[in-house]
Design a protein around this ligand. Structure first.
Ligand code: F0G
Length: 445
C-alpha cells in the first residue's frame, strides 16, 4: 500500500511544533515528511496479507481466523496455548494481571517502557540486568541485548520468593534494537531452571533477533531463520507479542503459553480487558493478516533487506562522525544525543532537544528514548536520568527507500555541523504521572 508524504517549509514547522507544545506525538501526520517515530504498526502489508484480509471470519466465537493464527503461533513458536490481544501492552496487562503483585521483582534486559509501566503500575520493580557493554555506544559487542548472568544470578538468589518470572526482550528495544544471543538465552534458561522461575519473552522483534543470531553467532550461520526461532522459543515458558512489529500488521498481538494452567488463569483477564478468547480485541481479518505476517517476517531475504537498510542509515551517519549505538540494531538507528549535543544540560532534555531540531531541519519525526521516556522515580518523584540519551530513528518495514535515508542523514549532518550553537533545551509545562512522554507539554528554556 502506498501512502503519500508531505513536504513543508521550516517556517511552517516552527509554527506547528510550537502549537504541538514541542511534543512530536501532537503533530499531525501531514505535518511530517519522513516519519521515523516508530516501526510499530507503520509497516506496509504484502499482497498476501491484503488478500487474507478479505478472508476474515468475523464470527464472535470460534472464527476460522482464530484457528489460522493459532496454527501460525504453534508452527513458528511451538506454543499450544495462546490468547489474541489487540497489541503488545495488552498482552502485558493480561499476563501481568495473573503474575505480578505488589512488592515483586521482575528482572530482565532493559524492559521496554510499557513493560516497565505495567510492572510499576502493580507496585513491583523492573530490575535491569543488561550487560554493561550495552551502555557504551562506541563499544562493539555483537549481542548488546544480553543479560549479565552474574547479576541475574545474584538477583535470583537474593529475591527468589518475590520473582514471578524473568523477562527477556528480543531484540532489546531500550538498548538500541540489540539482539540476545542463543548462548545467553540458554544461560538464562539454566538459571531459571535452577531457581524454578518461569522465563517469558517480550518477542515483538523475535525475527530480527533470529537474524542476528544467524549472522553473528558461531554454529548458526547455516541454519534457517525458522529453525533458529524454534530453538529460541524452546527455552521459553510464555511470550508476549506485539504483532505491530515482526507480525507486520497495523494492529494486533497475542500471548503464547507452554502450560494450559497459566493460559486458563489468563483467560478471565482476557475476557475482561480484551474480548472473547477467540478474538481478544482483534477483528478476524486482522488475525488473518497477522497469521501471514508472522511467517513473512521469518523470510531471510526480507530480514536481510530490512536490517541492511538500518545499517545503511547508520553508516551514512558514521561517515559524518555522528555518534550512534554500535553495532547497528534491527529496527532503528539510535543516535547518542549526549555525545551529539554536548552543550545542552541533561535537565533540559538533551535527546528531546535533538528530536525537535531534526523535525525543524527536515520535517523528520523521531523518538526520544531518554529522560522524558524514563519517567520519574515512583518513590522520590525525581527525574530518572538514564545512562544514554537516544534519538531513535525507527524504520517502518517495507515503506521507505534508501533515498529517504539519505535525506535523514543529510538533515542530521546539517545539525551536527552547527551543534555547538545549540546550548539550551526545554522545560516541562505539564506531564502525566506515568508514561509521560506521550502527552507531555514543553516550552523552550
Ligand atoms: N515490547 C517492546 C519491546 C516494544 O518495543 C513495544 C512497543 C511493546 C512491547 C508494546 O507493544 O505498542 O503493541 O503495545 N514499542 C513501540 C515502539 C511502541 O515504538 O518501540 P504495543
Amino acid at each position: 500500500m502506498i501512502e503519500p508524504i508531505y513536504r513543508s517549509t521550516r517556517e511552517e514547522r516552527e509554527k506547528w511544533i510550537k502549537k504541538a507544545r514541542y511534543n512530536i506525538f501532537n503533530l499531525q501526520s501531514r505535518q511530517v515528511y519522513i516519519d521515523l517515530l516508530t516501526d510499530s504498526g507503520t509497516s506496509a502489508m504484502s499482497q498476501l496479507q491484503w488478500s487474507e484480509m478479505m478472508l476474515g471470519d468475523e464470527s464472535y466465537a470460534g472464527a476460522s481466523s482464530f484457528y489460522k493464527l493459532k496454527k501460525s503461533v504453534k508452527d513458528i513458536f511451538g506454543f499450544d496455548h495462546f490468547l489474541p490481544v489487540h497489541q503488545g501492552r495488552a498482552a502485558e496487562n493480561v499476563l501481568f494481571s495473573v503474575l505480578v503483585k505488589k512488592g515483586d521483582i521482575v528482572p530482565g534486559n532493559a524492559h521496554f517502557d510499557t513493560t516497565k509501566g505495567h510492572v510499576e503500575y502493580r507496585q513491583a520493580t523492573a530490575l535491569d540486568c543488561t550487560i554493561r557493554e550495552a551502555y557504551d555506544t562506541n563499544l562493539i559487542h555483537p549481542f548488546k541485548g544480553n543479560v549479565d548472568t552474574e547479576i541475574l544470578k545474584s538477583v535470583l538468589e537474593k529475591y527468589t520468593d518475590s520473582i514471578p518470572f524473568i523477562i527477556l526482550t528480543l531484540t532489546c528495544n531500550s538498548t538500541g534494537g540489540q539482539p540476545v544471543s542463543m548462548q545467553n538465552i540458554k544461560d538464562v534458561r539454566a538459571l531459571a531452571d535452577k531457581y524454578s522461575i518461569p522465563l517469558i519473552y517480550d518477542a515483538a522483534r523475535f525475527a530480527e533477533n533470529a537474524y542476528f543470531i544467524k549472522l553473528r553467532e558461531k554454529g548458526y550461520e547455516d541454519k534457517a531463520i525458522p529453525e533458529i526461532v524454534t530453538e529460541m522459543f524452546s527455552y521459553a515458558d510464555a511470550m508476549t507479542m506485539s504483532g505491530k512489529k515482526d507480525g507486520i500488521v497495523n494492529m494486533g498481538g497475542f500471548i503464547g503459553f507452554r502450560e494450559k494452567e497459566l493460559w486458563e488463569k489468563a483467560t478471565t483477564f482476557n475476557i475482561m480487558f480484551e474480548g472473547y478468547l477467540t478474538y481478544g480485541g482483534m477483528a478476524g481479518r486482522d488475525m488473518n493478516a497477522m497469521a501471514s505476517g508472522l511467517r513473512e517476517a521469518t523470510d531471510f531475504d526480507y530480514l536481510d533487506t530490512r536490517v541492511r537498510q538500518t545499517e545503511y542509515l547508520a553508516n551514512r551517519l558514521l561517515d559524518q562522525r555522528i555518534p550512534v549505538q554500535q553495532p547497528t540494531g534491527g529496527h532503528a538507528v539510535y543516535v547518542d544525543a549526549t555525545k551529539f549535543l554536548q552543550k545542552v544540560p541533561r535537565e533540559e532534555f538533551i535527546a528531546q532537544t535533538l528530536v525537535i531540531e531534526l523535525y525543524l531541519e527536515g520535517g523528520i519525526r523521531s523518538a526520544e528514548i531518554g529522560t522524558l521516556m524514563a519517567d520519574r522515580d515512583p518513590q522520590t518523584r525525581e527525574n530518572r536520568f538514564p545512562e544514554n540519551e537516544y534519538v531513535r530513528l525507527a524504520l517502518p518495514r517495507r515503506v521507505y527507500t534508501n533515498n529517504h535515508m539519505d535525506v535523514v542523514a543529510t538533515a542530521l549532518g546539517n545539525i551536527y555541523n552547527r551543534r555547538n550553537k545549540i546550548t539550551s533545551g526545554y522545560r516541562i509545562l505539564k506531564e502525566a504521572p506515568i508514561m509521560r512522554h506521550f502527552t507531555i507539554e514543553l516550552a523552550p528554556v
